[in-house]
Design a protein around this ligand. Structure first.
Ligand code: ZN
Ligand code: ZN
Length: 408
């Protein structure tokens, strides 16, 4: 018995003139799945709690985010391929551009993305080899675009510190501050790291070349989203199932690595609008041969939501619909198929909201309901009614006969 889960990020919407991108899209395959499955809506975390994609995915995988989520830093660091250990402190990092005289903390951030620099390998290598901190180790890892991830490893580290990223251009780099006494050492290390890495970056030949070419120097690392890594039981320990995650987004790959899944990467999985959906579907089918649980993540629906692009979202949903057609050929006596969203990203709100998401489960023995379309206006009429994200894994394990009995 295997499980295939398709998570379409930010798929659902609020009503706009009585409809949504999902409702107005032509989705014969999704609707067929709704017809042969059991449908419902789901509060990924809790009613009224607006989920991030990271907390949402943890919850869907049965990891209570109130217990296991300690900030975006550790997840981004896992996503960047750093082997994060319990006790590590991890940050999200932007390569930015500063100008001015004196210490890095006297300089002004003129570009928070260093001209959206892509090629950062040389700079990251230089920092990892030339910067050293007295008393702790650090690892700087590469992420997409202007982003990176940073891990501090050592004794007595604390995540009770502030960001160095001023979040706005035209302001000075912020000195990292300790929020309590126990974090003073960590704050000092962070400031030392920011200063030393700035010195290396500012005079690095790669940046001098960029300057000559009229491009902004990537000469500062802006730190935010700090979190302390916890011990998290692996998916296999927890469920006795081997998990494969197919995703292009660093954050989702990070969630996968956090629970020790096999994360399937490919340059053609861009985590964006130009991703290769057909290849992702093909990979998911392949992974079903070798894994017990396959999670296929599709990102761009959320991007269209953030962009407020109703038509773009509708059209992309139609592309997803045609790409998932091969899943209809699955043998549902052997594979339990689940399709859902991680949260709602309405084109009107342009951000995540807590509105429950549609969810459908297809499995031979499932009690089919009368729902005939997969959308916000139909799913709630189905047999699953309204569930909580943290219960979904239990529901699936029970369906496929892997749940333990409670009581005699
Ligand atoms: Zn999301
Ligand atoms: Zn989003």
């Amino acid at each position: 018995m295997k499980i295939l889960m398709v998570i379409i990020d930010g798929l659902s919407d609020r009503s706009l003139n009585g409809t949504t991108p999902l409702k107005s899209a032509n989705t014969p395959n999704m609707d067929f799945i709704a017809k042969i499955g059991i449908n419902g809506i789901m509060d990924t975390i809790n009613p009224g709690i607006r989920p991030g994609s990271d907390t949402a995915h943890l919850s869907i995988l049965g990891y209570d985010p109130f217990k296991f989520y300690t900030g975006r830093g550790p997840i981004e660091a896992c996503g960047a391929g750093i082997e994060v250990k319990p006790g590590d402190i991890a940050f999200r990092v932007n390569f930015g551009t500063v100008k001015g005289e004196g210490s890095v903390f006297d300089k002004i951030v003129v570009d928070r993305r260093a001209g959206r620099i892509q090629d950062k390998d040389e700079l990251i290598k230089a920092i990892n080899s030339e910067v050293s901190l007295d008393g702790i180790e650090f690892i700087l890892g590469n992420a997409s675009g202007h982003r990176a991830a940073l891990v501090f490893r050592g004794k007595d580290l604390s995540d009770k510190i502030t960001d160095s990223d001023p979040k706005r251009e035209g302001e000075r780099v912020k000195r990292v501050r300790a929020l309590d006494e126990s974090a003073e050492f960590t704050a000092r290390m962070a400031n030392e790291f920011i200063e030393k890495s700035h010195e290396i970056l500012d005079s690095h030949p790669f940046n001098l070349e960029r300057e000559k070419a009229g491009l902004p120097k990537a000469n500062v690392l802006l730190l935010r989203g700090v979190g302390k890594a916890l011990h998290i039981p692996s998916f296999e320990e927890r469920y006795g199932m081997r998990l494969a995650v197919i995703a292009g987004t660093t954050l989702i790959k990070g969630v996968g690595r956090l629970v020790k899944a096999d994360v399937i990467e490919d340059d053609r999985f861009t985590g964006s609008k130009n991703t290769d959906l057909h290849l992702k579907v093909k990979k998911a089918l392949e992974m079903l041969e070798t894994h017990d649980f396959v999670l296929l993540h599709i990102k761009a629906t959320d991007e269209f939501g953030h962009d407020g692009d109703f038509d773009g979202k509708r059209k992309f949903i139609e592309k997803v619909d045609s790409a998932i057609k091969p899943f209809l050929e699955l043998d549902f006596s052997e594979v339990c198929f689940v399709m859902l969203s991680d949260h709602t990203t309405p084109v009107t709100a342009r951000d995540h909201t807590a509105d429950p998401v549609p969810v459908v489960i297809v499995f031979n023995e499932v009690r089919r309901d009368d729902v005939k379309a997969f959308n916000e206006f139909e799913s709630y009429k189905g047999g699953l009614c309204r569930i909580n994200g943290r219960d979904l894994m239990n529901i699936l394990l029970d369906l496929i006969g892997k749940a333990k009995k409670f009581g005699a």
